[in-house]
Design a protein around this ligand. Structure first.
Ligand code: ATP
Length: 585
């Protein structure tokens, strides 16, 4: 449903970066003030140096007193200038860090607002790469860029003014050569930008692949795919290496090229200065000062071109971060909102159509009415759309057509968190967070105390095994619940839903083999939880199916049969065949 999504305007990457950097105007201003003070002082020193030289070449005598004063002055200026430049980098570093902190926060918060389909399209590694590698690149580029630009403005402007005061004619010579450097630098930058972009995107891909492989290491080993996986990784890594090499190759051309042109300018200044000196219009000290100024003038230009590598890489990374930030968001609900307080659990699917990909139709014109407290068993061959149906009820995906009503309220008008809090979900995969057992059980209910946690655990008969864990309810569950068995994990997720006390349930029965005692426990826990609640069970067990009020038999996204166990068997249709193929020998 397109209208359910917020459209965000597209802005250029530079502008968007500024919206973040600009929030730290005060810090930038302070940094800039220190830059003006520090760099003006260092720009002033060549003038003093020229004067010092002229005291040495005075006719027959050296003015030691003046020379000493000038040298002391230069020492003082250099010292204070270094201090100010250090302060400038402290403040610009702060501005860069604050900027990236905000950007990282927004990117992370954005993840919670994206539709599930975004994660279908992007690998986890790629998303993580945007939040880590790309953020680092932006941070480095920003810091280098800010300090460089601030210093450059003052140094270029200052040395230009001092050069003019010494000799407008030679200044003109220097000025004519400078645009050449800019032209060359931007020409090279254009080419390397494409490569930097490719480098960032390949880094994301490689991270995605590495993450997938690490997650599925057992699978890789079990199927002896180590060599194949390593070969694929090597190939991807090689691609990344080439993109990085190319980007560096182009950008490394910038600095030597601009330096070469500057050196030509340097020779030009020397020749012109010598001629003016011979004609008596300039002193030796003036030439020495001018040469230093022409160097100072060119230095920031060279340095800027040197940091363009980092700045470009930062831009490429920023583009990937903003692409994430500009993704269409899921909105919580359409207005006017409907309240779901006192939810009874009457559910209706009305003329619902949905497909993950527009060219592959899945659910078409689906209708179903479920009364409160009923238990609906959804059965059907793999890929028939069982999970999809519950995904739609949870609004993980938007419908292409039709409506789903809860208590006669269209779920698109019910705020997402309210809707999802009304439906407890227990899936085959265990959905455990890193934290203690108690924290995992209390996850769904804010403020649930230890008493409630134990009560829920006891109700699903998980208390016994929890007490046998090394630290009972305070045992830390490792990532993905690695230190628990499949059955134990499921019992914890059932306890979590029980504590939520939702009026509706979605249960996905485990297909993997769990020992019979645990299976009975889980079955009992499920039944206890389903009492009085509207339940949708993706059913794999005969006992569940037999007890269901309605059995939905799905095939290719459509209900092919509907009724209770007895009625469906009597029909001797699809269910009858499915039942015999799955549950009887
Ligand atoms: N995120 C997705 N993107 C694209 N297609 C999908 C996605 N999830 C499922 N599908 C496709 O939709 C169809 C229905 O999938 P669904 O997961 O609903 O089936 P199921 O009946 O739950 O299967 P199973 O019993 O194997 O879990 C399948 O053809 C599947 O390939």
């Amino acid at each position: 449903m397109e209208s359910n999504r917020i459209k965000l305007t597209k802005q250029s990457t530079g502008k968007r970066i500024w919206t973040y950097v600009g929030k730290n105007k005060m810090l930038l201003l302070i940094a800039f003030l220190f830059s003006i003070l520090g760099n003006t002082m260092s720009v002033f020193t060549p003038l003093l140096m020229g004067k010092a030289i002229d005291t040495l070449v005075g006719e027959g005598s050296v003015e030691f007193k003046t020379l000493r004063n000038i040298l002391l002055m230069m020492l003082l200026l250099y010292t204070v200038s270094s201090l100010f430049q250090w302060l400038m980098s402290v403040f610009s570093n702060k501005a860069a860090n604050y900027t990236v902190r905000e950007l990282r926060k927004d990117a992370f918060l954005k993840l919670n607002k994206l539709p599930v389909s975004y994660f279908d399209r992007h690998s986890h590694g790629d998303v993580i790469s945007r939040l880590t590698n790309d953020m680092d690149a932006v941070s480095d580029g920003l810091f280098q860029g800010i300090t460089q630009i601030m210093s450059s403005i003052v140094i270029i402007g200052g040395s230009f003014i001092f050069m003019l005061t010494i000799s407008p004619l030679i200044t003109l010579g220097v000025i004519i050569v400078t645009p050449l450097c800019f032209f060359l630098a931007s020409f090279i930058a254009k080419h390397s930008k494409v490569m930097f972009r490719m480098q960032s995107s390949l880094t994301g891909e490689l991270n995605g692949y590495a993450e997938e492989m690490i997650e599925n290491q057992k699978l890789v080993m079990a199927f002896g795919q180590e060599e194949k996986v390593a070969a694929h990784f090597k190939e991807q890594n090689q691609k990344l290496y080439h993109a990085g090499q190319k980007a560096q190759w182009y950008s490394s051309l910038t600095n030597p090229t601009t330096r070469f042109i500057n050196n030509i300018a340097y020779v030009l200044v020397t020749v012109m200065g010598a001629l003016l000196c011979l004609s008596g219009r300039l002193s030796i000290g003036n030439i020495a000062s001018f040469l230093t100024y022409s160097n100072l003038f060119a230095k920031p230009i060279n340095e800027i071109t040197a940091v363009t590598t980092q700045i470009q890489s930062a831009f490429a990374s920023a583009e990937r971060i903003f692409a994430l930030l500009e993704e269409e968001e899921e909105i919580s609900a359409l207005e006017p909102y409907e309240e779901l307080s006192n939810c009874q659990g009457n559910v209706e699917f009305k003329e619902v159509s949905f497909s993950y990909k527009s060219q592959v139709p899945l659910i078409e014109n689906f209708n179903l009415k479920v009364n409160r407290g009923s238990m609906v068993a959804i059965v059907g061959p793999t890929g028939s759309g069982k999970t999809t149906l519950v995904n739609l009820l949870m609004r993980f995906y938007e419908l292409d057509k039709g409506h789903i009503f809860i208590d006669e309220k269209d779920i698109h008008y019910i705020k997402k968190d309210e809707l999802r809090q009304s439906i407890g979900m227990v899936l085959q995969e265990s959905w455990l967070i890193r934290g203690t057992v108690a924290e995992n059980i209390a996850y769904g209910k804010e403020g649930a105390d230890r008493e409630k946690v134990i009560e829920a655990a006891k109700a699903v008969k998980a208390h016994g095994f929890i007490m046998r864990l090394p630290n009972g309810y305070d045992t830390i569950i490792e990532e993905d619940g690695r230190n628990l068995s499949q059955g134990q994990k499921q019992l914890l997720t059932i306890a979590r839903v029980l504590i939520m006390d939702p009026p509706m349930l979605i249960l996905d029965e485990a297909t993997s083999s769990i020992d019979t005692r645990t299976e009975i426990k889980i079955q009992e826990a499920f039944l206890k939880m389903m009492e009085g609640r509207t339940s949708f069970v993706i059913a794999h067990r005969l006992s569940t199916i037999r007890e269901a009020d309605i059995i939905l038999v799905l095939e290719k996204g459509n209900i092919v049969e509907q009724g209770n166990h007895k009625e469906l068997l009597a029909k001797k249709g699809f269910y009858y065949r499915l039942y015999h193929s799955q549950f009887t020998s």
